[in-house]
Ligand binder design. Structure first.
Ligand SMILES: [Zn+2]
Length: 468
């Protein structure tokens, strides 16, 4: 009896997480994510077919980020039906994440048709709101901890991954002819320096491990985030500039708001207007407060009283697109937080168009920027790049571009190794996924140093691994 893993995405890259786990006639798809980034990567969402619908018994999600969940509506559009298992936090986030994704799909198709730049005539969305509603009917939220029987020989449980609300490590237990075996997916792992999120739960033992490697070749600075943030904010405000922060509305936005409040309370920055411009932001903030099981212990907010000690003094959420456009014209000093975090769509693009040409402003990156995304291009400015193409316009880059790596929702390689070292029975097989090629290769070296006898394989391209 063999047990196979088909890596169909997040292989040699960080998006499109999809791994089909097959065992004795039963198959479960771990994550069902969108490919995100430049056009040639997004094209995979159209070209890459998942296995014929009937061959997948269930979908299990590590977390709600779209590169892990956003292909679900397309999968349902292709005819698949079945249970989607995820944590309670993920189940609460999915409606807003997927509905927003369908909205962006429709908007993208609309722009493409207006501007006539699509290969498809007419340009079509990958999926629609109806597909999303169908997905939502099939979600089966699970508590973290107890085992869930998926099939006679396969069970599953969720553990806290500390990455965003609901993010989970998946542990599969399998009854095998040679005894039982365990297979663990790290999912996206957080770290212990977040001010708001609980660190990843230690896993004591596993036979095989699929480990993410987003920052497999980097170490985040251990700076004090509130002080580091305050320095960047202060110099922007002294120029009467606007501090624009591209952030995933879910996860980073909540952490940043809390950091701004801390900086205000400690007198490190003046109180200025702080606008959260994302249609899903207030919902995501509510979900954040609904899940204290994921909050950092000792964090000075609770479900009931949280907002008063959590939000900046002059905080405002923007919901309508008219107000969003008005915010683009408002004078600094102020802070604007908007999605998408990697600049691959959404309202952040309007803010960049308005703020990039002025050297008083600052664009502050605080999350991972995948290779090929506008975010990575602006962050690295290859060959002294002085213009960024947004909505088919060349926008001059005059604003300060800053990065706070210490704010990432992903652990770096030292965090990943620290988590691995806490296992009392470490894995004999480690498969590295979810990283750019250099990060994956570096992570192989780091794991081999801790586990010299383990087989460590980087998934540099999609492919199959047979276990046990
Ligand atoms: Zn994630």
């Amino acid at each position: 009896m063999t047990f196979t893993l088909d890596f169909m995405g997040a292989a040699g890259g960080v998006t499109g997480s999809r791994t089909l786990v097959k065992f004795d006639g039963y198959s479960v798809l771990v994550d069902c994510g969108l490919f995100q980034g430049p056009k040639e990567i997004r094209q995979k969402n159209w070209d890459m077919m998942l296995p014929p619908a009937a061959k997948v018994n269930a979908v299990v999600l590590t977390h709600a980020h779209l590169d892990h969940s956003g292909y679900l509506p397309r999968f349902f559009r292709q005819g698949w039906r079945g249970p989607i298992y995820c944590s309670e936090g993920t189940a609460d986030l999915l409606p807003v994440m997927l509905r927003d994704a369908a909205f962006l799909e429709a908007e993208f198709a609309h722009y493409a048709n207006q501007a006539g730049y699509s290969n498809h005539k007419p340009a079509l969305p990958l999926f629609t709101q109806e597909d999303v509603e169908l997905v939502l009917e099939h979600i089966q939220p699970q508590k973290r901890g107890p085992w869930l029987q998926l099939a006679p020989d396969v069970s599953l449980r969720f553990a806290n991954a500390g990455h965003i609300i609901g993010a989970s490590i998946l542990e599969f237990a399998l009854i095998h002819k040679n005894g039982s075996r365990t297979l663990t997916f790290s999912g996206d792992l957080g770290h212990d320096r977040s001010l708001t999120m609980r660190p990843p739960e230690p896993i004591t033992e596993t036979d095989a491990l699929v480990l993410e490697s987003t920052y497999g070749d980097r170490v985040h600075p251990r700076n004090h985030v509130v002080h580091e943030f305050s320095q960047i904010a202060k110099r922007t405000f002294e120029r009467k500039g606007v501090l624009v922060i591209p952030a995933f509305a879910v996860g980073r936005a909540q952490e940043i708001l809390y950091i701004v409040r801390q900086a205000e309370d400690q007198g490190l920055i003046p109180q200025v207007p702080v606008l959260l411009d994302s249609p899903m932001s207030s919902f995501a903030t509510k979900v954040f407060f609904d899940h204290p099981e994921d909050h950092k212990e000792g964090c000075p907010f609770s479900v009931v009283e949280g907002q008063e000690c959590y939000l900046p003094a002059q905080f405002k959420t923007i919901t309508t697109s008219d107000d969003s456009m008005l915010a683009c014209m408002q004078d600094g000093p102020m802070i604007v937080i908007s999605a998408a975090g990697m600049l691959n769509g959404g309202r952040i693009l309007h803010h960049l168009k308005a703020r990039l040409p002025n050297s008083n402003n600052t664009i502050l990156f605080c999350g991972f920027q995948a290779e090929g995304t506008k975010g990575r291009i602006l962050q690295e400015r290859p060959n002294g790049l002085d213009k960024l193409r947004i909505h088919h316009q060349e926008v001059p880059i005059e604003a300060e571009i800053a990065t706070m790596a210490s704010l990432s929702a992903h652990g770096d390689w030292q965090d990943l190794c620290g988590w691995l070292k806490r296992m009392t029975k470490p894995p004999s097989t480690v498969i590295i996924n979810h990283g750019d090629p250099e990060a994956m290769k570096a992570m192989v070296g780091h794991v081999k140093e801790i586990l010299p006898r383990a087989t460590v394989t980087p998934m540099l391209t999609p492919g199959r691994i047979t276990l046990f």
